[in-house]
Structure formats: C-alpha cells, structure tokens
Design a protein. Sequence first.
Length: 429
Amino acid sequence: MRGIARTVMLVLLIVIIVVAGAASYMLLTPKQTPRVAEVKVGIVQPLSGSLSTIGKYNLWGAQFAAEEINSRGGIKSLGGANITLVVGDSAGDPSTAARETERLISVENVVAVIGAYASSNTKTVSEVCERLQTPCLNGDSTSPLLTRRGLQWFFRTTGDDDLFSKQHAEFLKYLNTVKPGSISTVAILYEDTEFGTATAEAWRKYMAETGFRVVESISFRTGTPTLDTEITRLKAANPDVLLVAGYLSDAILIQRTLKRLDFNPKVVLAQDAGYINPAYIKEVGPLGYYVLSREVFNWDLFEKVPALKDVNERFKAKYGIDMDGSIVRNYVAVWVLYYALEEAGKKASPSDLGAFRSALRDALRGLDIGKGVLPVPWDGVKFDSTGQNIKAGGIIVQMFPDGKYYTVWPREYATRDPIFPMPKWSERS
C-alpha cells in the first residue's frame, strides 16, 4: 500500500509541476497577435460636388502614404498586414459625411476613420466615430471648435485656425517693422460654415490683441456666384489688410472680383483652403500674384525640411502634380495612423474589432513623434487631452510673379522676403 501511495504521490507531484510550468509559460510568454492580411481604414473626403477637386487630391495623398507603408513591409506588429483604405464620399455635405462614416464603421468594419477636409463635415464624422467608439484622425480641418467638444476618440494632426490666426497677427506685426506704421486696419471676408466662422472669430480676437482695428467683417455662402456687394463694402471700408477664408471656387471668384472692382489693399492674406489648391493656381494665373496664404508645406522648403523633396518627387512622378498643403497633411495623417497601428498591434488584433479600436485610441494618445520624422515643418506629433497635436506649426507663403508660392514666414523657414505692399492693379503689367 505504501508503495502505491508513494507512486500516486509522485504522479500527482509530476502533474502539478507540469501544470505549473505550462501556466508560467502561458503567463510569461508574450501574446502573439494573429496574423492578418489587411487592416481596413476609412477615409471620408468630398469626391463629388464643389469641393471634389481638392477631395481627389487629398485622397491621392492618403493613398500614396498607404502604398508606401505597404511597400515597406506593412504593419509589422500584425505580421506585415497591409493598410487598405476604404473610401467614403461626403459630397461636401455634413449629413452625407455622417452617413458615409456610419457605413464605413458598421458595414465595412474599419478600425479608424480619416477625414473629412471641410470642418463642418469633420464635425459630423467625428460625432459618429465618438458614438461608435472608433478613432477619428483628422489631418486637414482647422476649426478650433473641433477639439473643444470633449471628445475621447478624435485626434487632429494639423494646427488649427486659432494657431494660424495668431501667426497671421504676428506676421502683420513683422511687416510693420519692415515698413513702420504701414498697417493699422484689417477687414475680414469669410465663408459661413464651421471653417470660415471659426477663422473669423480667431482673427478678430488676435487682431484686437495685436492692436489692429477690424473695420469690416463680412460672411458669404461658399460657392456663391457673385461677391460684388461684399467686396464693394470692403473697398469702402478701405482696410490696409484683407483677411480671407474661402474654398476653391470662392478663392477664384474673390481674386477676379478684386481686380474687376479695383480693390487694392496693401495685403491680401488667406487662410489656406482654396488659395493653395493647384487648380486655383492654374485658374487665376497673374490675378493671384502677391497674395499671401498660410500653409503647412511648400516646395521651397526642400532644403529646410530635406524629406519633403524626396516625397514630392515620388508623388509627382505618380500623379503628375506637386504636393500642396492639403495633400501633404493627408499623407502625414496616414503615416501618423501607421505608427499608432504598430503600437496597437502589440496589444490587440483587428479580429477583435472593439478591443483593437480601443488599443488604437490608446496608442494615438501615447504617440510622441519627434521633429524630422514626418515631411512637414513641425516639431512632430503629440496629442494633448483634447486630441490636438501640440507640435504642429504653419508657414506663410506668397505667390511671386513667376506663378510660384515662396515661403516668407517664419524667418527660419523663409526663402524670400515678402513683397509688401502689394502693387495696385493699375501698376501691374
């Protein structure tokens, strides 16, 4: 009996040792994330309607980034999974943007949504993402209000119009050091959606703080066929500076109307959007000379930001156009998402969609990308508690008589001195 008891005890001891060893191995061995072939990411852009040209360009920027990432081995923490962009067309309409986002998340099962250019569209896109607990990464909408809503799933890589408007005021102060006393009054012309309204509010704030007097502030409906009444009022106010916020068709119309009505402010300074679109540059030609605009990218930064030249050359070889600020920001947004996907892939698998989306949100919250990693003149990417990238920045460019934009501010990035004041229409050949 004693021999049998000893044998039983020995067997039990061996079983206990084996079970304990197996349990220790399972606990201590890193969890292997299942290999997946692709990770689907939604992108919402205005691919039809009045904003379709820039929507197409923005999509190209995002697709180009995804192609580069995939060609370099994909998401390595997920076994080399490719990023597949699933496209939604907002048609430039906030309600359509929301429906497309719902489809991408609930039907296409994307892990995140990028978009959606117009701030009014991004507002509804991000609200759907918040409700469905899916990360929303925005690279190209600049209304300051977007990050003031207490959302937990929204992240923005670009700077906002509050930052850019403050930079505009600083730039005008700089111009007054170049030619003291030249600027004292400004007027504001802005489209009346989320983008333009928030921009105008920020301009009024920072112009007042800097000592410039706002003599007129006029809104208009984007895509309007005429701005004669609005620009006649602006001309009567006789400001030193005209601040403009409008989309592509607006920018073209504004420049044509300024010339036809012979309105000659010393400075026309735009809030990006339509004024940097390649289609605008082609359409307005000499009418766009000497206009200034804020930007996040410009071709002449190649020597200042070395990675830009290489990226732009590859992009132009494929699509036949140079990158602009909106294209670059969508390109950068996909790369930022990629870095977060790599981190999320260490914690969860897209096969468990809810867990992976949560891991991706946490990864975005923890990102800290340094200066020089991305091809933009920023200090990098790091999101604050509101989802705003606190390392973003901007530049100011001016179109010279060769039809190209050159960087004129900040001075550390400037390749030309600004032409100030602008020549009057009657003085141009």
